[in-house]
Design a binder for this molecule. Structure first.
Ligand SMILES: Cc1cc2nc3c(=O)[nH]c(=O)nc-3n(C[C@H](O)[C@H](O)[C@H](O)COP(=O)(O)O)c2cc1C
Length: 411
């Protein structure tokens, strides 16, 4: 969306030079950009550079003569605010609600009906410090969104997570946040398959790639929704505008769901992860049962696996959620199912009253050449509502249904 008012807050990191590139790209896209620089940011980038890039004066001082109420005016003016680069200090200060300089006062006065983004940049130790981790979680809980940090060598020579995202990614996330859907949803998408440990090196896994989940996550983010993709470590990633959280085992997925649903106000869960129905209870070798553990089992005698059922995560999503009207979408994959078998499979998911929609597809309908994977969307207690020829059509139809609200049943 070109022509928006973007408030760009820079704090004191070497990555200020990359922020300048992002600002330049935003101006070239037709946005109006105004900048605020902390005292430390001004050690890394000159006020003249920011003025030159934006054609606007740079705000730096909460008590500037004639500008004492600038922090309120700037917040009203902005369609979106981004803190980029966001230092550890500025993140922690924002999470504590401190307003002892212009940047802090602006963030305290933020109008939560408008997007607030943070693009962190810091050393890996600062990024993984418990204070920073807790602040990020707190700010997310209030509705702030984060541009994913990069991994690799940071300016200080340390290797790990914490690098500022690339300018093109920052611009893409801003553009996605500026898209105005009829109703902005906070969406949690799960994807990919769980891996259940057998021993220290072997797992029970499945063939899910997470491609559908990544595509859905990308679509919802492009449409301006706030999206988190909770995916298996090896599953397909979404684009930078989607927050990325990963899991391995059923237990890790279970724990992540509890934390996310209780901690944040998700309005929708698209539960497309291929969750193992069973976990390994014991490996029986020569009549002796061993619980799964870190050791690698020998290969002299063929073991027998004793499995136990995993609880159904779908049934508990609503009770774990802090959002009263949570909409839950379940996914059902069949292989060459008849109409009666499909109806029975879909009915099973609706039987416990914990699901709003079921997306069903059958492996036999996947088109070998194009890879198109037709799907049907079923509403609770109703007839099939939409037939979608492929995944992009599924993404469009789901967004339309879910954005219309909990009671919507037709497209
Ligand atoms: C050369 C140099 C580079 C720095 N880079 C970063 C950085 O990338 N991220 C960060 O969190 N702090 C960094 N710092 C430390 C911050 O500048 C410092 O904590 C400052 O107080 C932050 O203030 P502000 O958040 O109000 O801008 C750096 C300091 C120096 C001297």
């Amino acid at each position: 969306m070109s022509g928006s008012n973007i408030l760009f807050v820079l704090s004191g990191s070497i990555a200020c030079y990359k922020a300048c590139d992002a600002i330049s790209r935003l101006v070239q896209c037709g946005h109006r950009v105004r900048t605020v620089a902390t005292e430390a940011a001004q050690r890394f980038v000159g006020v003249a550079t920011l003025e030159g890039l934006t054609g606007e004066p740079v705000a730096t001082d909460l008590f500037a003569a004639g500008g004492a109420l600038d922090h309120l005016g700037l917040m009203r003016w902005a369609d979106l605010t981004i803190v980029c680069p966001a230092t550890a200090h500025t993140l922690n200060r924002a999470a504590a609600g401190l307003g002892d300089d212009l940047a802090g006062a602006l963030l305290l006065a933020h109008d939560w009906k408008k997007p607030l983004l943070f693009a962190p940049a810091m050393n890996p130790a600062m990024w993984s410090h418990p204070a920073t981790v807790a602040s990020v979680e707190r700010l997310r809980g209030w509705g702030a969104r984060f541009v994913a940090v990069g991994a690799g060598r940071t300016a200080c020579g340390d290797v790990g997570e914490g690098r500022l995202a690339e300018p093109a990614e920052i611009v893409a996330v801003i553009e996605a946040a500026l898209a105005r859907p009829v109703r902005r949803l906070r969406v949690l998408v799960t994807g990919g398959g769980t891996t259940e440990p057998i021993d220290g090196v072997r797992v029970l896994a499945n063939t899910s790639t997470g491609a559908t989940s990544a595509l859905l996550a990308d679509h919802f983010a492009r449409r301006g929704h706030d999206v988190t993709l909770l995916r298996a470590h090896s599953a397909v990633r979404a684009q930078p505008g989607v927050r990325d959280v990963t899991f391995g085992t059923f237990a890790e997925l279970d724990t992540a769901l509890t934390g996310l649903l209780a901690g944040e106000d998700f309005a929708v869960v698209l539960h497309a992860a291929a969750v193992s129905d069973f976990a390994v209870e014991a490996i029986v070798v020569d009549g002796v049962a061993h619980p799964p553990g870190p050791a690698k089992l020998g290969s002299a005698s063929a073991p027998t696996l004793r499995l136990r059922p995993n609880p159904k995560l779908l049934d508990t999503l609503r009770t774990r959620s802090r959002h009263a009207g949570l909409q839950v979408v379940a996914f059902k994959l069949t292989r060459s199912a008849t109409v009666a078998e499909t109806e029975a499979a879909v009915a099973t998911l609706f039987a416990r009253g914990t699901v709003d929609f079921v997306v069903h597809n059958d492996l036999a309908n996947r088109e070998a050449g194009s890879g198109a994977f037709p799907a049907d969307i079923w509403p609770a207690g109703g007839e099939r509502v939409v037939h979608c020829a492929d995944r992009p059509a599924l993404a469009v139809a789901l967004e339309k249904l879910l954005a219309a609200g909990p009671s919507a049943a037709t497209v």
